[in-house]
Design a protein. Structure first.
Length: 257
């Protein structure tokens, strides 16, 4: 295996594969995510230990489809049909994400105390987020970072852990698999790796940006690609593949003909 100390380097082994581990794409916390997290922590502080969705904190907020409602017995959280992970929003179809929004609106409407209670907590955007149709990348981004998607409260181990210590959501298929329910039909999420196993890739930028790179987000543990993802995450980086990489070509094959 070869590597360098620069921000971007190539790793490879005897069998034919290579990936680029690059600095994580610049990501600043959005206003929507800041407000959603602040509200979620207020909700959790108001909940008894027996009502915490995944046990006591400290928590990291997972983009897993968090549908918070105020019932007669207090706050409770349901999981959406699919959660939109931050990195998968760029392959999301606005029509399919809007269906998730309408699902959330249906649930919240069934709990009429929810919106007034959220307003009391200072989350004034809730009603607008639930009622405005999602038509474009900005709408997807707002919904992705809203309280109705981004605030599943998990411990660090449950969020990002690796077996045998813990099975974190980010290392196992469901957060990636859920993209199958909102991705564009012509984007190939699951790709075949050189050893015959399957991994998953997501676009690095919204459709129409001209950026053909992809990010490798899942590969089976024990494979070279899976090890590369784990290494990159330990370094707070990402496995980025250039547009001419075979996996990127697989991902976009139905878009390029």
């Amino acid at each position: 295996m070869t590597s360098s100390s620069t921000g971007t380097h190539v790793e490879s082994e005897d069998h034919p594969w290579s990936v680029y581990i690059a600095d994580h794409p610049q990501r600043t916390e959005s206003h929507w995510f800041t407000e959603a997290k602040r509200t979620a922590h207020k909700i959790l502080a108001d909940s008894g230990q027996d009502r915490l969705p995944y046990g006591p904190g400290p928590w990291e907020m997972h983009h897993g489809g968090s549908l918070w409602v105020r019932s007669a017995n207090g706050w409770q959280m349901y999981l959406a049909r699919a959660g939109i992970e931050w990195s998968t929003q760029f392959c999301a179809d606005p029509v399919k994400v809007d269906r998730l929004r309408r699902d959330a609106l249906t649930l919240v409407t069934a709990f009429p105390n929810t919106l007034p209670a959220l307003a009391d907590l200072g989350y004034d955007e809730a009603e607008q987020i639930l009622n405005e149709e999602i038509k474009d990348a900005d709408g997807i981004a707002r919904y992705t970072d809203s309280l109705f998607n981004s605030c599943v409260p998990l411990t660090k181990s449950d969020h990002q852990g690796i077996l045998p210590k813990a099975a974190g959501e980010h290392h196992y298929p469901w957060p990636v698999k859920s993209a199958d329910f909102f991705r564009r039909d012509d984007f190939q999420l699951w790709v075949t790796l050189p050893d015959g196993t399957h991994g998953a890739v997501t676009p690095l930028a919204p459709r129409g940006s001209g950026d053909g790179r992809v990010r490798l987000v899942y590969a089976r543990h024990g494979t070279s690609q899976g090890d590369a993802i784990a290494t990159a995450q330990r370094e707070h980086k990402a496995v980025i593949l250039p547009p001419d990489h075979p996996l990127a070509r697989q991902a976009y094959a139905r878009q390029t003909g």
